[in-house]
Design a binder for this molecule. Structure first.
Ligand code: 13P
Length: 247
């Protein structure tokens, strides 16, 4: 049985005061959740979320990690540093990093490996562009992005979470239909099962891309969708919690 994970990706949003309000809103919900809740925040706010969420069931993480252990890599943040701030998760290979920072499939795999080696759970993002979908290349793109990650983490693949985020659905209000998303999720599970049949049943596969309170229930009802990676709607506590309650 896979516990659903509803993870917020704040992206480059927030501020000390607005974060405090948002975090208090999340902690104010006392109803029982069957999903695990997490927020992935900009690195400067990790101390704030650690102090606000420590001791609560809500987990937290970062949005990127260096592939290197330590050293002369100006501007980068290491997995050990994230661990010191109590992170459980770190997003790697988000499409915004792949496209704006030219992150290759191989670099994403090295980051995922660095996270796993340090005891963090990477949320590895994969997904096709609109052009690739229209060319019928969705499965091929996802397989190409996933292969180096599965090669790198080897037998530790159950220490990962995979997020399928079709690029055309991110921040656009266009959501993959539940059937479209399920098809890709099922394909991802088959690709993982080719390496580790048992492990594939344990790995959580999240959907991301304009997931909102009004479409979450149908997406999360699909057999291979084990949660969501939420952008815009994670910046508002009632919306984020409504998605969590739909899981
Ligand atoms: P939106 O939910 O804003 O579409 O963002 C999705 C996303 O990129 C999460 O990582």
């Amino acid at each position: 049985m896979r516990t659903p994970l509803i993870a917020g990706n704040w992206k480059m949003n927030g501020g000390l005061a607005s974060n405090a309000t948002l975090l208090a809103g999340l902690l104010g919900d006392k109803t029982e959740l069957s999903a695990e809740l997490a927020v992935c925040v900009p690195a400067p706010y990790l101390a704030q979320v650690q102090s606000a969420l420590g001791g609560s069931p809500v987990r937290w993480g970062a949005q990127d990690v260096s592939a290197h252990e330590r050293g002369a890599f100006t501007g980068e943040v290491s997995a050990e540093m994230l661990q010191e701030f109590g992170c459980s998760y770190v997003i790697v290979g988000h499409s915004e990093r792949r496209s704006y920072h030219a992150e290759s499939d191989e670099l994403v795999a090295q980051k995922a490996l660095r996270a796993v080696t340090t005891g963090l759970t990477p949320i590895v993002c994969v997904g096709e562009t609109l052009e690739e979908r229209e060319q019928g290349a969705t499965d091929a793109v996802v397989a190409r992005q996933l292969a180096p990650v599965l090669d790198a983490v080897g037998t530790q693949l159950t220490s990962m979470v995979i997020a399928y985020e079709p690029v055309w659905a991110i921040g656009t209000g266009k959501t993959a239909t539940p059937d479209m998303a399920q098809q890709v999720h099922a394909r991802i599970r088959v690709l993982i099962a080719e390496r580790d049949a048992e492990g594939a049943q344990q790995v959580r596969l999240l959907y991301g891309g304009s997931m909102k309170p009004d479409n979450a229930k149908d997406l999360l009802a699909m057999p291979d969708i084990d949660g969501g990676l939420i952008g815009g709607a994670s910046l508002n506590a009632p919306d984020f919690l409504a998605i969590a309650h739909a899981a």
